[in-house]
Design a protein around this ligand. Structure first.
Ligand code: ASP
Length: 451
């Protein structure tokens, strides 16, 4: 049994949905299909999810959002028309949207989640209707019916453990199940969404719950590439990756999978295959527990911007019991999550995602560090990027850091930070955001073209 998830570009038009259905019908093992909301049809198009967010925002500020609502309905109408499905399904979708808009607006997060989720929900209804029109037994299943339970964090929900037991029932349902990605319900029945891109997470949860043999994640590229094709020309395609490698790469900017996707399948030991809806014959990238090292030591190079660091130094910091805890407590009090803490003997840097660290928070945090920890120096640096090289083979080899740092030095990149996790399958470099692309190119040359 396979769970097959299709991303937004695969649902963007009738032509794309036809490809999805052809893929599903070509293999009887594809029994559970998870769909995203219709995505972009062309470069400057707008994803339905973004139209829905605009619709929610307009409604919250003006009490009406007719144009925005019509823009969403139009996307579905076009698809239904191209499939000759008649108007009933479009009416169902429009009424569903109007119902959501008429809902309680007292909690904007909750209201927006309800609107956002309609993108995948109506996409699933439409695909099920199309398959049924072909004479195929296909059923739209709503996450509430089968107990996909999530924590009550709007736009940032996490799966609750009891979901896995509840969702087992999907395995014995007849026909092809069309399941909307991206959302579930709290135990008290309120709709909540995962973070953006979260349909990948739904697919992974379903795969683990029904103990499928494979999680297929269909997107619009033939495979995962060793570096971002917008930065490096013709990067190598990656045939196989381990969960750990993919986790690290998606953390630092490989957007092919949402970074939270792998946890459920990893725990269940089920492999994931990334495939292309537009070229399903291509082998794709297989992600599993272990892999063969046919290629070099480094599997991929990722980079992500939008980081900042808090640098703190104090003479004899290493002898001061509780210093780290007190420092991190100050961040916790501000609700800040941190990413890394590279440290020296008497200094420590805390790397954070910059977007959450407002200038008000910065002033308070700096003042408290000075007052409460009596440090020698505290400095904030913004506009940082993290570059990460990842590969299982790296843990057993000598000289990777030397090669990486000299490649970066030759490219005239100043290193703000180096960090190697204890698993030794990745190495991270902090650089100025302006140097990020240059760094990726230099590292790619070193590890992929000079082998
Ligand atoms: N449609 C949602 C988004 O654009 C979720 C997804 O596609 O995975 O973020």
């Amino acid at each position: 049994m396979k769970v097959s998830k299709f991303g937004g570009t695969s649902l963007a038009s009738a032509e794309q949905i036809k490809k999805v259905c052809d893929i599903v019908l070509a293999d009887p093992d594809r029994r559970i299909v998870v769909v995203s909301a219709p995505g972009k049809r062309y470069k400057d198009d707008i994803k339905v999810t973004d139209l829905l967010i605009a619709c929610a925002e307009k409604y919250l500020s003006c009490g009406s959002a007719e144009d925005e609502l019509n823009a969403v309905v139009e996307r579905y109408r076009q698809i239904a028309q191209d499939f000759n499905l008649g108007n009933d399904i479009v009416t169902i979708i429009e009424e569903d949207l109007r119902g959501r808009l008429a809902g309680d607006t007292s909690n904007p997060g909750r209201f927006t989640d309800s609107l956002k989720a309609s993108g995948e929900d109506n996409s699933a209804k439409l695909v099920a209707t199309y398959l049924t029109s072909l004479g195929v037994e296909a059923h739209y299943v709503n996450p509430k019916e089968v107990g996909l339970l999530l924590s009550d964090e709007y736009g940032n929900a996490q799966v609750l453990p009891e979901s896995y037991e509840n969702l087992k029932a999907l395995r014995s349902m007849s026909g092809i199940i069309i399941f909307p990605g991206f959302f579930g319900y709290t135990p008290s029945g309120i709709l909540v969404t995962f973070p953006r891109g979260g349909s990948d997470i739904t697919g992974s949860i379903l795969t683990a719950a029904v103990k499928a043999d494979l999680y297929e994640n269909f997107t619009d590229v033939d495979s995962v590439f060793a570096a971002n094709p917008n930065v490096v020309q013709n990067p190598q395609a990656i045939a196989e990756l381990t969960y750990r490698e993919m986790r690290e790469l998606s953390y630092a900017g490989f957007s092919v999978l949402h970074e939270e996707t792998l946890a459920p399948v990893y725990r269940a030991g089920i492999p994931v295959c990334i495939k292309n809806t537009n070229n399903p014959a291509a082998p794709g990238t297989l992600i599993s527990t272990s892999r063969q090292y046919k290629t070099g030591l480094v599997a991929g190079i990722a980079s992500d911007k939008g980081f900042c660091s808090i640098y703190v130094s104090k003479y004899l910091m290493n002898r001061e019991v509780g210093f780290g805890r007190k420092l991190l407590q100050i961040l916790e009090d501000e609700g800040l999550s941190y990413e890394h803490t590279p440290s020296g003997i008497d200094n420590i840097s805390i790397i954070l995602r910059e977007a959450q660290f407002t200038s008000d928070m910065e002033n308070r945090v700096v003042q408290r560090i000075k007052d409460e920890l009596e440090v020698d120096d505290v400095a904030i640096e913004r506009n940082l990027a993290l570059i990460i090289i990842v590969g299982e083979g790296m843990s057993k080899s000598v000289g990777i850091a030397a090669r990486a740092t000299s490649a970066l030095a030759k490219a005239n990149v100043n290193l703000e930070m180096i960090n190697q996790g204890s698993s030794e399958i990745s190495m991270m470099f902090g650089v100025r955001a302006d140097d990020a692309d240059n760094s990726v190119r230099a590292l790619y040359e070193e590890f992929f073209r000079n082998v």
